[in-house]
Design a protein. Sequence first.
Length: 599
Amino acid sequence: MLVFPKPHSDGYNFIYNLPVSLILHCMKKYFAGALFSILASMTIYAQDTVPHVQGKVTISVKNGTIECDLILSNMPRLSDYYIRLNSGMNIRYIKNAEEGMSPLKYERSLQDTLSYGESLAYYIPAFNKSGKYLPHAIHFNYVGMYPVITDTTSVVDWRGNIAFNGTTLRADGIQSAWCPILYDVKTDTRYEKVTYDLDVTCNDCKVIYVNGSPPVSGTRALVKSATSQDLTMFAGDFKSVSINGNYFLNPDADDQQLAELEKTLHSYQVYLEKKTDIPYKGKAVYIQTTPVSKYNSWLFASYPTIVKVGWDEGMKSFLSKSNGSGFMQYMAHELAHYYFGTFRDFNSELGDMITEGFAEFLALHITRAYISDSLYLEELQSKAGEMRNFNPKPIAKISSKSDYGDRELYVYYYAPLIFSAIEKEIGEEKMWEWIKVLLQSPAVFTNYQFLEQTLNKVMNDEAGFESLCEKYFRSESAFQNAASTLNLLADEPSYDVDEKPVAKTYYYFFFSGPYRDAGSSQNRVIKHTDILQITCTPDELSNMARSVFKRLNDECENDAGCTSDFNTFDSMEKAQAALQRWLGRYGKNVTMLEKILEP
Ligand SMILES: [Zn+2]
């Protein structure tokens, strides 16, 4: 078992709520080879114009403050836009950056809501067609103060959180929007990748790091980047270790161990570079840090930065016998985000699936090439197993992100299985060609038409293409088709439908407690049955349970509501031990009122 969480927090948790139409530049049909040499010579980014950020940032990791005086210039000329800024930032003023201008009136829009609500959407109202005015350069002056949490008392931590853990500040460059991010409403394009020229001061820091620049030791960093980067930032009191030009910030491993890890990670990069013909730009910076909550842990990538957040082992994890290969698979996934996420951004309703699905698909490739074939097969089988109770909508029928049903299963399990099956059908070579085209074909929206058209180009076989789309993109049985292509067990029904249900003896108890705020005067009632025994069929068992659930619900005595659980065991001893465990869940400091529920 892997102790690392599924990499579900590293995604781009934005709501895509736009009408989608495809503007895909038509490309003439070349022979595949000719097409790729042309594509390889073009650098195509989703964003045409790269904004520039210049100014001063003052941080205190002890006080939890960030003060910014920044000018955003070289912006694309958008008519319908928002500027996202973290909701904890208080604006002193927004001005046209030209000399001597007065503060501008600004409005907040409620139309643009990020799924986790970290940022607010601002615009400058105008008396024109779009109702919005965008100066060529905008001067922002604002200050934010955040809780410094040294004792994990925060209920949750996540990628977009601006986190002060007592010794460091961690802020990602996309979701947190600690620096204003321009967003084009019409094309669903974020402009978080910027060139920058920043003067960062942090008097209680030892190292200051801004994405894409080497970490700076000291309390002041003058950092510049002429290539576009998102502004992921990590600053505070930690060690910075450089190995072959790559950096490890706040590592728990010693230099020799880090050198070994760096060698392996570098080999993954070389593998992906060779396959895609796209070199990594910039040396990697691997960060390890702790969250401000007790239970959250995750990894995320904003290449060249890869961050591991958690209380368990950090970079040292690769040495662990039981978790080492799992850790390396996650690192492979994050390194693959250089292609799917940094080199190219994918938008529209399928953007999240393409980004995560292909990062995971490439991580599977690396697993097969560098870890072991058997682990690769095990991973595929385990993904298929996780899909057991999930009935995914065909990719062709996804019209909004909510159609994923279960996002995690859809993007990390279903999508890589579909891609792996397609690879098996068209062969590895064509699959890499498809990946190159996905990464480099110009398109405003990377939606379903984009997926189809890129695959069609690579296959250059109309009939074969049609049948593949039918089988894996349009069919309601796409998952079963993929599982059968990959020789995986797609479904293991627990009993044969023709078989008569068998009566069995169950030892069981019902348990109900406060849904929230357990131990407070309004929420302290626990109700449970004694251990009871019944011999019946599974259907009879669930009928009986349903009526008890109803009673527990109707007779709930906690203001925040009641949980209700039904636990069955095959022996009296197991059931008794479990009940003691359940009762022991409430801490010693909490007084609960225990009531026995009569059946
Ligand atoms: Zn990911």
